[in-house]
Ligand binder design. Sequence first.
Ligand code: ZN
Length: 495
Amino acid sequence: MSALVDLKNRLAEINAIYAAAGMMSWDQQCYMPPGAGAARATHLSILSRMAHEMFTADEVAKALTQARSEVDPQSEEGALLRVVQRDFDMATKIPTALVEEKSRLEVESHEAWVAARKNNDFASFAPMLERMMEITRQEAEALGYRDHIYDAVLDRYEEGATAADVRAMFDTLRTPLVKLVQDIQERGKPTHDAALTGDWDQKKQSEFTELLAKSIGFDFTRGRQDTAHHPFCTGWSVNDVRITTRYLPYIGSAIFGTLHEAGHGMYEQNSPEKWDLTPLAGGVSLGIHESQSRLWENIVGRSRAFWRRFLPDLHSAFPALASMDLETWYRAINQVKPSLIRVEADEVTYNLHIMVRFEIECALLEGSVAVRDLPEIWNQKYQEYLGITPPNDSDGVLQDVHWSAGLVGYFPTYSMGNLLSYQFWNAMKKDLGDLDQFMADGQFTPILGWLKEKIYSQGRRYTPRDLVMQVTGKPMGAEDYLEGLTAKYRGIYDL
Ligand code: ZN
């Protein structure tokens, strides 16, 4: 047996374990009875340990090295080896003792964070966060980096991206975004979205959101939608992709939650079948993945053209909205309002929330600020960028789950997704012409087909940077995003 075949067989077994664990996690968030938590945690930790041991075994290292001499680095199999080597390095560079300490701390730290957020008591969470940051620093040192310690943690989520890239991205965004938000607040023609809040029938919401997901191209014969407290998308095969949404008094939550997750889901569903159950299937990075969810949620789902097609369906599903004409609805779903909470932020203010987090993460890793000073720094930055100060830490520095789980370096990928969504959209426009007309006619096949050909069918074959270059002819930049956003919102707010 060749080393490559041996490696593929091992990867297939590991994949099956991850599939089982993924399905159990999905069930945990969608259906599991509350009493099953401890048993589920035990099962999941055993499965993830088994997968980790199988993947980091000496035989895998040997097969990887030998297989390299068997394949052409430019071929698909060469790409497979590159991807597996990267995952292998990440899994083995960090000392096992640190991995174990982190997974123990995660449980403790999560509980401390939940309690601290509930009691508005940052001080009780601070020691845990300090330790988590110390572990993150050690992880970064183990993973290695060239210029800035942040590069190491960011690379885990966005291969090849650096702190300098992110800084440059935010330097370009900061002034125009802050100015746009100010103009909207000071001189914008007001928008009204009160009509979107009500006692909406859940079954109707489920049917309507499934109609939207199906219409844009999410394949329900190879996927399904369920409800979860925090919407997410997961899957374990290109033929089994699960999206979730939630039903809140604000009807936009379900609609845009579904469109967002369907964007992630279609990316996963359209990986090549031949790569199914291998490391080459799926999204290449968090930033590119987010570009797809944001593209379908914001550029498609919050466009006038999209609702030209779907407003009649919305009216018949929810007669209480029948008095909203296209213009009123379009302006309502695009309301811009600086708010304290990132997950509820609109398209314009969203990146300002991310900037705050990125700057704080860098300072924490560099050691230039102390954890105990975070509430004050957080509030200062919110005042500076969004013009508001959180009344308490629960709605301020304690709002996100990420840091309690050691997810440092993750936030910037949300902003990258925003930028790339517009960059990809403009590249598509060059090829396909009037995309608004397609949307108004309910013709999503050309749009999905283009994304499929250019992005989805590439799976993880190319690095995120190379893929962006290939598809758009330039590296990730802020121009398309700023231009698109400014034109859209100056129109909406009559500026
Ligand atoms: Zn997302």
